[in-house]
Design a protein around this ligand. Structure first.
Ligand code: F6P
Length: 596
């Protein structure tokens, strides 16, 4: 395909557009009565079952979607990713997160070099280090074992590890290995997040893992400096070497920060931040908490899907099918959002993680060649575990807007409960909803049905459910480390498929830059206002007003709470500049005292 040719200009895209009319004439009620269709919309792999029969799609739709994939060279694009080609062209990088979970003896090349041995070198280092810490051989500055870990990082250096940690927490095997240990995550630069993280922790028994691909992210670095201060203030500056380690691609900056390079765990430019949970970013904190053997199972689960994604024919390829159906829903049926609804509390952080993977990857307005897209790419992801979501936003999903839903269910609960005298086990109760909701969405309830139930006439419009609302169901046998790895990789690859078909670069994230640079101008302004009393300038009316209000209100709140310590003459003098100077020096003294 010529570089400027967009997917929307191809015949398969136009055919799908024309096909929308046929689909709009059908109702899922009717589609669901075609058993042959439903049978062919079930795919099994490695213990997983995907049922996409409740998509507003026929076998003809699927056929047309496969043709679309062909037009965009999906097979070749997947191959180029696995071959380590620099498919992230705007950053000139390969995209090789599959190498992070590849078996030790596999070969994955980047620039003519097999990267798998490097990956395993770091994994081996993590195994040794985590066992040393977990066994108590590695002790802190006062000789105590380090039982608690705070992982400091944001975005991809946070969300994936948090999702996996939350999912493992109640897994019987993983939780046994985590006994007596704590893992916390500090992401937000909000000092409230710092306070929450350190509350109840003792620096003597805490290990801080600073996780940042670049080691320049403002939020992470300030949080890291704050925790460095927390440790030094309690144990002296030399304690930092024993209580802080790092995960980064930038080992020079790690060393400049004061962390011993021997205690740094590397990863590589070819790992995108949001695709980095299988690198040291996730593997180190998770191994410290659960032991390396559990984390290795997680990697194996992801690797199983990697092999499936690479080799399975598209008709049986779970990530490919999911990706193509997402393109169908977003670009043809006009449903821009997707609800991720795991019927498992352990997956409560899955949707937030997928939000980043999906929206940072595919929220793009131009093709990979820089041509503006005449169609919308990307999708709006959100979700909550069932049944909590049912009591929150499902009203809109059932009777308001059409939001394609991913129902994710688990056969065997991590924590089964069966109360004597109850009709079903607690997990069966939960799963009854998992099975019921997709049909409620697909079939709806007609006015005729309501009339037959003698529903008063005036309530019939309110109680009618239009149905014909698409969903898919993914059933996992259980939710152990292996299954969690499978689930992660399915979604990672699904999102890549969407991006490949839309013809965008799913692996860069230029859209996050502008806000960062504007924040740095504000930071400079706040500093000069607070320390030199300089007036707010260089911003538009709105931002200037907000900033002034922020500074003034802060000042008056501070003055009220420090009235006894500030010379009264200064308060009444209206000399803002000198007042600012004096108050800020008090403030910084205050902050330091509070920290200590
Ligand atoms: O949000 C932007 C982003 O660059 C993400 O892509 C990345 O995961 C996150 O910031 C954190 O970056 P780093 O790991 O370099 O601190």
């Amino acid at each position: 395909m010529a570089s400027s040719t967009l997917i929307c200009d191809t015949e398969p895209w136009k055919n799908l557009r024309a096909h929308v009319e046929d689909i709009k004439k059908t109702h899922l009620r009717d589609l669901m009565s075609d058993t042959k269709r439903c049978q062919s919309m079930m795919v099994e792999f490695d213990g997983l079952l995907l049922d996409y029969s409740r998509q507003c799609a026929t076998l003809e739709t699927m056929d047309k979607l496969f043709k679309l994939a062909e037009a965009e060279n999906l097979k070749q694009k997947i191959g180029r990713m696995y071959n380590g080609e620099r498919i992230n062209s705007t950053e000139n990088r390969p995209v090789l997160h599959v190498a992070l979970r590849a078996p030790r003896d596999s070969v994955i090349q980047s620039d003519g070099k097999n990267v798998v041995p490097d990956v395993w070198k770091v994994l081996d280092k993590i195994q040794v280090f985590s066992e040393t810490v977990r066994s108590g051989s590695w002790v802190g500055a006062t000789g105590k074992a380090l039982t608690d870990v705070i992982s400091v990082g944001i975005g991809g250096s946070f969300l994936g590890p948090l999702f996996v940690h939350t999912a493992l927490q109640t897994d019987p095997e993983a939780s046994k290995f985590a006994k007596g240990r704590q893992l916390r995550f500090l992401a937000n630069v909000d000092p409230v997040d710092v306070a929450r993280n350190i509350t109840g922790l003792n620096p003597e028994t805490t290990l801080v893992v600073v996780v940042s691909k670049t080691f320049t992210t403002a939020e992470t670095m300030l949080n890291a400096r704050t925790l460095r201060e927390w440790i030094s203030a309690a144990l002296g500056p030399s304690a930092v070497a024993k209580h802080m380690v790092a995960v980064s691609t930038n080992l020079t900056l790690v060393e400049q920060f004061g962390i011993d390079p021997n205690n740094a765990f590397a990863f590589w430019d070819w790992v995108g931040g949001r695709y980095s949970v299988c690198s040291a970013v996730g593997v180190l904190p998770l191994s410290l908490q659960y032991g390396f053997s559990v984390v290795e199972k997680f990697l194996k689960g992801a690797s199983s899907i990697d092999q499936h994604f690479y080799s399975a024919p598209f008709e049986k390829n779970i990530p490919v099918l999911l990706g193509l159906l997402s393109v169908w829903n977003v670009s043809f049926l006009g449903y821009p959002a997707r609800a991720i609804l795991p019927y498992s509390q352990a997956l409560e952080k899955f949707a937030p993680h997928i939000q980043q993977v999906s929206m940072e990857s595919n929220g793009k307005g131009v093709s990979i060649d820089g041509v503006p897209l005449p169609f919308e790419a990307g999708e709006i992801d959100f979700g909550e575990p069932g049944t909590n979501g049912q009591h929150s936003f499902y009203q809109l999903i059932h009777q308001g807007r059409v939001i394609p839903c991913d129902f994710i269910g688990v056969v065997k609960s991590q924590q089964p409960v069966y109360l004597k005298g109850e009709v079903v086990s607690n997990h069966d109760e939960l799963m009854s909803n998992f099975f019921a909701q997709p049909d409620a969405l697909a079939y709806g309830k007609t006015p005729e049905q309501l009339q037959n139930e003698n529903v008063p006439q005036h309530l019939i419009p309110h109680k009618t459910f239009s149905g014909n609302r698409p969903s898919l169901s993914l059933l996992l046998p259980s939710l152990n480390a292996y299954n969690i790895g499978q689930l992660l990789a399915i979604y990672e690859h699904r999102i890549a498929v969407e991006g490949f078909v839309w013809g965008i670069n799913s692996f860069d994230q230029w859209g996050v830059e502008l806000g960062k640079s504007l924040a740095s101008q504000v930071r400079k302004q706040l500093n000069s206002a607070r320390t030199k009393g300089k007036p707010v300038e260089g911003f538009n009316y709105s931002t200037t007003t907000l900033l002034k209000r922020y500074l003034e209100v802060w000042l008056s709140i501070w003055a009220q709470s420090h009235a006894h310590r500030v010379v009264p003459a200064i308060i009444t003098s209206n000399k803002l500049i000198s007042f600012l100077l004096i108050s800020s020096s008090y403030l910084f003294k205050d902050l330091i005292q509070n920290k200590q």
